[in-house]
Write a protein that binds this ligand. Sequence first.
Ligand code: FAD
Ligand code: 2HG
Ligand code: ZN
Length: 477
Amino acid sequence: MPRSESSLLSSLRAAIPAAVLLEDDAAIAPLLTDHRRLYQGRALAVALPRSTEEVSTLLAWCNVQRVGVVPQGGNTSYCGGATPDESGTQLVVCLARMRRIRTVDAANFSMTVEAGCTLAEVQQAAAAAERYFPLELGSAGSCQIGGNLATNAGGLNVLRFGMARALTLGIEAVLADGRVYTHLRALRKDNTGYDLTGLMIGSEGTLGILTAATLKLWPQPRSTATAFVAVSDVAAAVALLAWLREAAGERINSFELLPRNAVELALRHIEGVANPLTGNHDWYVLCELSSFADEALDELLEAALADASAAGLVQDAALCTGERQRAQLWRLRENVPEAQRRAGPSLKHDISVPIAALSEFVAAASDWVRLHVPAGTLVAYGHAGDGNLHFNISFPKEMQATQVAELEPIVRRAIHDLVAAHGGSFSAEHGIGRLKVGALERYSSPVTLAMMREIKRALDPNGIMNPGKLLAAASTS
Ligand code: FAD
Ligand code: 2HG
Ligand code: ZN
């Protein structure tokens, strides 16, 4: 039987300590909209639990009352995953108060942290123990490790270290009915049945709330070499990647592709960045080698690039001369999304294709955009080393958000169809959230969807966990 908002709130207040509920409207407001301002939600209440036990109490209450739960980390999702719907009946559960570094075990190259630690805090805690946690995203200062795991985040070092799932040894999570799944084992080998930790990672808050994780650590890199390289086209960039992999092996950790207009956007809108190369080039690669040993990586990279240049793969290249220039180049790359945001509205497509198909895909999809979206400018950049591009289209500032929104379904469908035709994925690293629920239905096989629904039903039979995200909404009443 439907309950009134006030009786639900009274029941919630009786179930948990008063300090857990955020009552300040000004503090609540930013939690009800997403980073891209695509969705404006309402909430029954916002909870800020301080412990796993409090998360458990909240979820047990929601399960009994059939109240939808929206887990929220740093709220940097690009697909509306952490935003409540417009009904005003859902409980937003923010992990921001659960930010303890529980242990850093340098000898075991592992650390156990609470979900609400920002990625930057996790990186810093590892560094303080002379260890390295390699996940790296432009949003590191605000996204949380719980959000990173819930989305199986990718970022700038996937080429060498893998995505968030590959960096995780174990998790602690609260299930929809309040039970706590504890698997914080710092083991490299543990074949004990189904990979439940792997299942929870990337489930985008639809199966439970991650409250802590045991992460893999590495030694701190002792040598680094970074270069900004001009190439003629995407095919040359792909060939350069193979060239560098052969020359430098596992030392190559980043290989980011930037078209000229992405570099120009960053130069125009972001202070403190510079292009070390002169001349007009259509494409650039920002690549980085690193080693845990003392190695002459600058020489290795310089020689590899010189050979690649002699083979016609490189037009020009600048090797970073010091940490300042390196930081400046990474600042340029990491701020392309911010520069694009300042330039005006955009449509984003977080796609991947097999690396060997990247050039052909970019040619076909660029032709489509030129022909069908004359008001837009393609800004396709990103993690080419992983076959992952942010195939974004920028529009002039004067263009209304509603006009852009009208174009979105047609553009998204065309680009995603081309991605599928090239054997790729319409969702490489940002997740499905609310934005791409329809795409998941369209591009997944019936068996895949059925398995996902069966897992969802088994772990969340009342459909309370992040309703309407990832999978089409199940009724919560
Ligand atoms: P939120 O946005 O709060 O939530 C994301 C999803 O996870 C939601 O579905 C939410 O319900 C769920 N969730 C959050 N916390 C928990 C939890 N503790 N338990 C269960 N579910 C939870 N992403 C990349 O992959 N690669 C990039 O390179 C990258 N770069 C970015 C750069 C910028 C400038 C920005 C703004 C974003 C970028 N992102 C990138 C996207 C985003 O930062 C990541 O998806 C990040 O992992 C989300 O973390 P969050 O804590 O902000 O999660
Ligand atoms: C990045 O790689 C992020 O910078 C953001 O994943 C991509 O804005 C985007 O589309
Ligand atoms: Zn990215």
